[in-house]
Design a binder for this molecule. Structure first.
Ligand SMILES: C[S@@+](CC[C@H](N)C(=O)[O-])C[C@H]1O[C@@H](n2cnc3c(N)ncnc32)[C@H](O)[C@@H]1O
Length: 254
């Protein structure tokens, strides 16, 4: 984090997200997935739901399709909020995940998907999610995760930062569980999963500079990559590659 409490880094990240709103709207990885289905199913009983860091709005839309009547799609990047509200039946709000502009107990469900690795203070985000939840409300969370082993976690975060300059830190599942419990939530389910990805597409999506691409191509062929990402290489090409994910359902006590 930089000396201005992460705000400079946040501004830079928002500028890159601003340019990426249309790509996120069209992205297959964001448009669908078992994680998306789980978050929507866990939140389906809510009447008021908040999706934090909504991106182009796919998770917020899944909540609306699951029957949630009032869905707020919040994101720190104004163009993402405009894209979500223009394409889906949701209300858009520009908001920082770490300082949510809603009163205590406003929502029956809070979701956040493939986004929290961009937050400089994820613990503050979890406290905010808990604060805006009504008693009995559900926090349905998914993100790219780091391995529990600290050395492999450092490796994963090095790779992710080379690929995406707006990456801050992926955390292990157990850390998310601890933060949720510390914020007064009861963890009901916590699953470490894997999301199979095409390595070349995954790198292309963020379009890193040539030198970073070369370094990524080297790093993905190391034993650490095999351990962290389940990489296999066949005839010089990366054949298998998967991101670790953390999927958690937590509840605010009634
Ligand atoms: C990969 S996209 C999210 C995808 C979306 N949740 C979905 O399911 O399709 C990541 C989003 O996080 C947002 N973001 C990053 N840092 C944020 C912060 N501190 N507060 C709110 N949104 C943030 C970015 O603007 C971007 O739209």
């Amino acid at each position: 984090m930089d000396s201005d409490d992460g705000r400079g880094a946040k501004r830079e990240a928002m500028a890159s997200f601003d340019a990426a709103a249309d790509a996120y709207l069209d992205s297959d990885v964001h448009r669908a997935g078992e994680d998306l289905d789980a978050l929507a199913a866990w939140s389906a009983d809510a009447s008021r739901a908040l999706d934090v860091a909504c991106g182009a709005g796919h998770t917020a839309n899944a909540l609306a399709e699951a029957g949630v009547q009032a869905v707020v799609a919040a994101d720190a990047t104004p163009k993402m909020v405009r894209t979500a509200a223009a394409n889906f039946p949701v209300a858009g709000v520009v908001a920082d995940a770490e300082r949510l502009p809603f009163g205590p107990g406003t929502f029956d469900a809070v979701t956040c998907r493939v986004a929290a690795h961009h937050f400089p203070d994820p613990e503050a985000f979890v406290r905010e999610a808990s604060r805006v939840l009504a008693p009995g409300g559900v926090f349905a969370f998914e993100d790219v995760a780091a391995p529990e082993d600290p050395g492999l976690a450092d490796f994963v975060n090095r790779v992710e930062t080379l690929r995406d300059g707006s990456h801050v830190e992926a955390h292990p599942l157990s850390r998310w569980e601890t933060w949720m419990r510390d914020a007064g939530l009861a963890v009901e389910r916590a699953t470490a999963g894997r999301l199979d990805l095409d390595f070349a597409d995954w790198v292309d999506r963020t379009d890193p500079p040539a030198a970073d691409r070369e370094r990524l191509a080297e790093l993905v062929r190391t034993p650490e990559a095999e351990a962290a990402y389940g990489v296999t290489v066949e005839r010089g090409e990366v054949a298998e590659f998967a991101n670790l994910t953390a999927l958690v359902r937590a509840r605010k006590p009634a």
